[in-house]
Write a protein that binds this ligand. Structure first.
Ligand code: SAH
Length: 405
């Protein structure tokens, strides 16, 4: 028999004073260690969160397996989660209409930062790519709501789900294959800042491209000059943006498939990049960046612009110390190789490394390399990856542009 679910009908989960204090401070997560009782709550349920005395704290999504047991979706009682989801998708799209320029590829929904924890939606021109990261978002009704709202508002040729098998394992979700949820097209070309890129929804890292660097590409291009080295270049994001301003560009990455796409991207943009380059081609080198920088330093190579955009070295807080040593080594080598008036564009996407840790590391690298650094810009992730104040985990990218003398 059909029942009307009032707010009282939601399963209740009681949390500790520490968990309650965390929610009161504006955060939206409660860790498993702060859950006092969750008797019989099904994985992925919408729940009512209460404090120890039973006072309502809001409505949340529950995971039975993640260390983040509770992700708040509202401080109010919510009875119709799919309706709220639809409303928030509409709001996330509207938010970007005012903020996102010069691109047809951007993040449409950034999980907690768009009040939709566990859901990532990216747009690459006419393809929408979605990623589901939690039990609660992994239901047919949620997928349907995301597909129908995205179709109605963004009119893509297709909507493709990208599956991260490791995330599904952590959330105790059954394996699932990546593939289209609507339409058939899985490849396209998108344009950001006037530069074109190939996109294949079923290949590549993350959801395919590093959209969070979009505004940093344009910023770096403003100051780039002379001979440029893009270290950890992936499919050429920085290298292709720098090429029109530089006489020579070399991209370095350890992934051959990424470099193959980089080369195809260079071909797509030939008229644009030929504006700057003396040689016809950008040079792509498959190598371990640490070894290559060491060899180039020994060989006395010099550059005018160096970009460092390594993968996250600190995946957990425990990795922080060794991560900082990795960043320091890379930055030290790069600083030694820069000519006077050179530009360094140094990035870190490790959440555990704060902006101030990162600047401190750069200061030490400057001292050790006997160089002076003047900050040109201290930047973060593009505005379509919003930072939600009080949820520090939504800020992760650092991009420092500095002039070296
Ligand atoms: N700058 C890129 C994103 C870089 S992501 C962009 O804007 O699109 C990090 C890259 O580092 C990945 O492409 C990965 O293949 C590469 N990588 C990881 N470890 C490496 C290593 N030791 N040496 C060289 N490249 C490495």
């Amino acid at each position: 028999m059909a029942q009307t679910l009032g707010p009282l009908a939601l399963p209740k989960v009681k949390i500790s004073p520490r968990g309650a204090a965390r929610l009161k401070s504006g955060h939206v997560w409660v860790y498993r260690s702060d859950v006092i009782s969750d008797d019989g709550v099904a994985p992925g349920s919408v729940i009512a969160v209460t404090d120890q005395r039973g006072k309502a704290l809001g409505t949340a999504l529950y995971s039975s397996s993640s260390q983040i047991a509770i992700r708040l979706i509202s401080r109010e009682p919510i009875t119709d989660f799919p309706a709220l989801l639809r409303q928030r998708i509409g709001e996330a799209i509207a938010y970007r209409e005012n903020l996102v320029r010069d691109t047809n590829a951007y993040r449409v929904i950034f999980s907690e930062a768009d009040f939709l924890p566990g859901l990532i939606v990216d747009r690459y021109n006419d393809i929408v790519s979605l990623q589901i990261l939690t039990q609660a978002m992994d239901s047919d009704s949620i997928r349907q709501a995301v597909v129908s709202e995205s179709a109605e508002r963004l009119h893509p040729a297709s909507i493709v789900e990208r599956v991260d098998p490791r995330v599904r394992e952590l959330e105790s979700l059954p394996p699932r294959a990546s593939g289209p949820l609507q339409g058939e097209q899985t490849a396209t070309i998108f344009t950001m800042n006037g530069v074109q890129f190939r996109y294949d929804a079923l290949e590549g890292q993350k959801t395919g491209a590093f959209l969070d660097q979009r505004e940093n590409y344009a910023a770096a291009a403003q100051y780039a000059h002379g001979e440029a080295l893009d270290v950890f270049c992936y499919q050429g994001g920085f290298a292709l943006h720098l090429a029109p301003r530089c006489s020579q560009v070399t991209g370095v990455d350890s992934s051959r498939p990424a470099l193959e796409v980089a080369e195809q991207n260079a071909a797509l943009n030939r008229p644009l990049i030929e504006r700057g380059l003396k040689e016809e081609e950008i040079e792509w080198i498959e190598a371990n960046a640490f070894d290559l920088l060491k060899d180039y330093a020994v060989a006395g190579r010099r550059y005018d612009t160096i970009v460092l955009d390594p993968p996250a070295f600190a995946k957990t807080r425990r990795d922080l110390e060794s991560a900082m040593r990795g960043y320091k080594e890379l930055n030290l080598r790069a600083l030694k190789m820069l000519r006077p008036a050179g530009i360094i564009v140094s990035c870190s996407c490790s959440y555990h490394v704060t902006h101030s840790d990162f600047l401190e590391m750069l200061s030490q690298a400057a001292i050790d390399s006997h160089r002076s650094l003047r900050l040109v810009e201290v930047r973060g992730q593009a505005k379509d990856h919003p930072t939600l104040l009080n949820v520090p985990e939504t800020t992760y990218l650092k991009c420092v542009i500095a002039a070296v003398s």
